[in-house]
Design a protein around this ligand. Structure first.
Ligand code: G3H
Ligand code: ZN
Length: 294
């Protein structure tokens, strides 16, 4: 079975990206796994601190491992946006394939020293674990926002990125390049899309030479996503779009079956709704989705 590092190296060569999808329950996990199996592509399942509080750290690890083994699917598990060393260590000990150690709200020098410490501690537990560090501010919360957070306009500088990578020893860098967590209401309605600074992504890639992750992928312009992947993004994170599909699918199922009480008869509608979003994004990340004109 391929490792996550193998999969990231392949994405670098083929200039495609690996989809990373957050889950909070079995509905979303089934949707992500079924979509990846259907397309025969690798995939990363992410659980943030809040999501793993609900799912359970060891339970998430056991569920993903069972899918990997049963279907021989390259499905990996990431401890997304981990803000403390204790929680990062807990995930590494539970067998997670990667950790996003996120101290991006700290001043740069403190972010460097804490991330360096985390890299050393996590590699001591599992030498092949992938550690991602984050600089710049892309806002927090895969939610529906009323307005753009002011901080999300501060973009990562290539020289700062170079220094961060060299001083911390991270495997993957998450920069701020116009991306932002969550969706504005206008994005939910499809009127507005997030736009990315593609030239900056190329400059950061050239300066650092490491794998890169694009966070805050929901609601991003499709051509910007394609160009970001060509410019060096190896992983793209999607969460809010899935949460929205989950909610809409669940609401539809409940209103279509007002007298149903069996969860296993209601929830498949939500699985299909989430799966359709995941399938569409995976096709785009692999470069096989229909090109949007213009
Ligand atoms: O880490 C998770 C993500 O970066 C997802 O962002 O909710 O905007 O898709 P999103
Ligand atoms: Zn994120």
């Amino acid at each position: 079975m391929k490792t996550l590092r193998n999969v990231l190296s392949e994405s670098e060569k083929s200039r495609t990206a690996v989809g990373h999808f957050n889950i909070s329950d079995l509905v979303a996990l089934k949707a992500v796994a079924e979509a990846a199996r259907g397309l025969k592509v690798p995939v990363i399942v992410g659980v943030s601190e809040g999501e793993r509080e609900f799912v359970g750290v060891r339970q998430a690890a056991a569920l993903v491992r069972s899918i990997r083994e049963e279907f021989d699917l390259p499905i990996f598990l990431n401890a997304d946006h981990t803000h403390s060393l204790a929680k990062a260590v807990e995930a590494a000990k539970a067998g997670f394939d990667s950790v996003v150690f996120d101290r991006s709200t700290l001043p740069f020098a403190e972010n460097v020293s804490e991330t360096k410490k985390a890299v050393e501690a996590l590699k001591a537990i599992n030498p092949s674990i992938i550690v991602e560090g984050e600089i710049g501010d892309i806002g927090s919360g895969s939610e529906i926002h009323d307005s753009t957070p002011e901080s999300s306009r501060i973009l990562t500088k290539p020289d700062e990125a170079k220094q961060f990578v060299a001083s911390t020893g991270i495997d993957v860098l998450a920069p701020a390049v116009g991306n932002m967590h969550g969706l504005l209401r206008s994005m939910v309605r499809g009127e507005v899309h997030k736009r990315l600074d593609i030239a900056r992504i190329s400059e950061i890639k050239a300066a650092t030479g490491v794998f890169m992750t694009l966070h805050g992928g929901s609601g991003t312009d499709d051509n910007d996503l394609r160009n970001a992947i060509q410019a060096g993004m190896n992983v793209v994170h999607i969460n809010t779009e899935l949460r929205l599909a989950w909610r809409r699918g669940l609401e539809k199922a409940l209103s279509d079956q007002p007298n149903e009480v069996a969860a296993y008869k209601i929830l498949p509608v939500a699985v299909e709704a989430v799966k359709s979003v995941v399938t569409g994004r995976l096709q785009l990340f692999r470069g096989s989705a229909a090109r949007v004109a213009g």
